[in-house]
Every structure is written in structure tokens, then in C-alpha cells.
Design a binder for this molecule. Structure first.
Ligand code: BV8
Length: 268
């Protein structure tokens, strides 16, 4: 990169190497976590406990046991987060992933995005092949019959919200709690495409929750070039080929525009 074109913005260590590999890839797999939505104003999973929730542990609340023991607290927490997700807008990091997917499609390549996030911002940013590993907070389901609904963008009127499908039953968020199985289709897709990808990106995740945190190892062991985008070190940092240390909203647009030329960095 010559001096004229490079700016302080561009000096993300490893960017050129990552961009070169990405520009040649025929199959790209991405896993995202809460850090991808942080710049949209959605608190990350482990930072989500602020103000009225500060005395709760998210890992304890995101369980079937907590819902059974205290359905009012759990459904209030999830409805509070649901409304936050509805009010949020996709950020340039989401846009860059949608642009990356389009570039792979334009060249007849393959792209798959596995998100641990439950906010649907990837879809709102234009990503098409998205697998929601941990479900969606915008959908709720009858805890007894499994019927799924999309509640209106207003707070529930009662907590815990009653199910309209069975008298006495409750509604719960249609997310995957700790100890619950991930959606079959998403897992099957992950096991199928991850070992075939040329480049694997792990984006904005603390890489602590399985099985999602293990996908990077499957890709790496199959020979993929692995990239981590995170503002902080994670357990995956020492296992990937390149760490792009920085915020998703800044690094991903840089990476995509370096790999595929200017003006395609997800900035609209
Ligand atoms: C299951 C619900 C089996 C929705 C969540 C090995 C294999 C399989 C399972 C296990 C295993 N070992 C242990 C387990 C059990 C468990 C697990 O992984 N426990 C952990 C704690 C060790 N896994 C499970 O229980 C899974 N189920 O495997 O079932 C089974 C099989 C058959 C039949 C029955 C059962 C279920 C896991 C899903 C749990 N549900 N959420 C919700 O409430 O949101 S997980 C929860 O953590 C969130 O969904 C979140 O997505 C996920 C991961 O967190 P992150 O997304 O990484 O968010 P976090 O805040 O941690 O980190 C944010 C990162 O971004 C940080 O690194 C930060 O530095 C960075 N960052 C912040 N801002 C930015 C940024 N980076 C860049 N730019 C920024 N601006």
C-alpha cells in the first residue's frame, strides 16, 4: 500500500494478508457474536447486565431452569432485550458482511454466515444465507406446544406472557438456552460447509460458547485460512492465522474494501 492511499485508518496489523486471502477465496464461512452488534447499541451478552439487570448472571438467566424457576424475571429480561434489538439499526460491520456475500455470489463462490446473535440485524443489513445458531429473540414460542409467533413491536402486557395456544401455558423467547440443543438445520449446515471453506472468519465473539466456538478449529484443521476480528484477545486468538484487532464496525469494512476494491465496504 503506497503512502498516498494508506491512512492511519488502514494500519490494522495483518489487514493486507487477510485481504489477499479473502480476495482469492471461493468459499467463505463467518461466525459472529455479540461484538458484531455492539456498535448498533446492543449490549454484548456478557456486558448486557447493566442497570436493573446488574445483579443477574446472563449465563444463569439464559437457561430453562431459570425460566421454570422465575418465568417473570426471565421473560422481562428477554422482552427488554427484544425491544432493544427492534430499536437498533445494522452497523457498517453488518453491511460489510452483506457486501462480502454479494461479492462471493458475483464470482460464483459460496458464503455462509452463522450467527450466535438473536437480533436479526444481519438479515436487516441484507445478508441472505444466515443461520441463527441460538435462535431469535424477535420470535417467541409456546413453552408447551412449540407454536412460534412474532409479537408486535410493543412490550408484553403481562409477565410472564400467557401462551395463546394452550390455557395456562407460557410464552418463552425462541432462543437456544444453555443446555438446549442448537437448531438441527443450522448445525448440519455448519458441519457440511465449514470443512470446505477456504477462509473462515470469527467476528465479535468471546469464543467461549460451544459448539459455535469450535467451528474455527474445524475450519483450521481442514486447511482454511482463519481470521479473528475482535477488539480484545479471546481463546481463539492464538489458534487463528491472523488477528485483526479492532472494532467490527471499523475493521470489516476496511477488510472487504481492501479485498474487493474501494466503494464496496458495506458503507451503502
Ligand atoms: C448445547 C441464548 C447440547 C440467547 C446463548 C461442548 C460442546 C457442546 C456444548 C458444550 C460444550 N462445552 C460446554 C457446553 C455447554 C454450553 C457451553 O458452551 N457453555 C460454555 C459457557 C462453556 N453450550 C450449550 O449449552 C449449548 N447447547 O451444546 O446443547 C445438547 C445437545 C443435544 C441435546 C441437548 C443439549 C447452547 C449454547 C447457546 C446458549 N445460549 N444465548 C441469548 O440470550 O442471547 S449463548 C450466549 O453466549 C449468547 O447467545 C452469545 O451469542 C453467546 C456467545 O457470546 P458472544 O456472542 O461471544 O458474546 P460475548 O459478550 O461473550 O463476547 C462479545 C465479544 O465481542 C467479546 O470478545 C468482546 O471483546 C467483543 N466485542 C465487543 N464489542 C466489540 C467486540 N469486538 C469487535 N468490535 C466490537 N465493537
Amino acid at each position: 500500500m503506497n503512502d498516498e492511499s494508506s491512512t492511519i485508518e488502514d494500519h490494522v496489523e495483518g489487514l493486507e494478508h487477510a485481504a489477499r486471502r479473502l480476495s482469492r477465496a471461493a468459499c467463505v464461512v463467518v461466525v459472529t457474536g455479540a461484538g458484531a452488534s455492539a456498535e448498533s447499541g446492543i449490549p454484548t451478552f456478557r456486558d448486557t447486565m447493566q442497570s436493573l439487570w446488574k445483579e443477574f448472571d446472563p449465563q444463569k438467566l439464559a437457561t430453562p431452569e431459570a425460566f421454570d424457576a422465575n418465568p417473570e424475571v426471565v421473560t422481562r429480561w428477554y422482552d427488554h432485550r427484544r425491544l432493544g434489538c427492534l430499536a437498533a439499526q445494522p452497523n457498517p460491520g453488518h453491511g460489510a458482511l452483506a457486501t462480502l456475500e454479494q461479492h462471493l455470489a458475483d464470482r460464483g463462490g459460496e458464503f455462509a454466515l452463522f450467527t450466535q446473535n438473536v437480533d436479526r440485524l444481519h438479515q436487516r443489513a441484507g445478508s441472505r444465507r444466515v443461520y441463527e445458531l441460538h435462535g431469535s429473540i424477535l420470535e417467541w414460542r409456546c413453552a408447551s406446544t412449540g407454536h412460534v409467533i412474532t409479537p408486535p413491536p410493543t412490550p408484553f402486557e403481562a409477565f410472564p406472557p400467557p401462551s395463546p395456544f394452550q390455557p395456562g401455558a407460557l410464552l418463552r423467547p425462541n432462543v437456544v438456552w444453555f443446555g438446549e440443543a442448537l437448531p438441527e438445520e443450522a448445525l448440519r449446515a455448519a458441519w457440511e460447509v465449514t470443512p470446505r471453506c477456504d477462509v473462515f472468519l470469527t467476528v465479535g465473539t468471546s469464543s467461549q460458547v460451544y459448539p459455535a466456538a469450535g467451528f474455527v478449529d474445524i475450519a483450521s484443521q481442514a486447511g482454511a485460512f482463519t481470521i479473528e476480528v475482535n477488539k480484545d484477545p479471546t481463546p481463539a486468538s492464538r489458534r487463528v492465522d491472523v488477528v485483526l484487532r479492532g472494532t467490527v464496525g471499523r475493521v470489516l469494512p476496511l477488510l472487504v474494501s481492501r479485498a474487493f476494491g474501494p466503494g464496496v465496504d458495506g458503507q451503502g
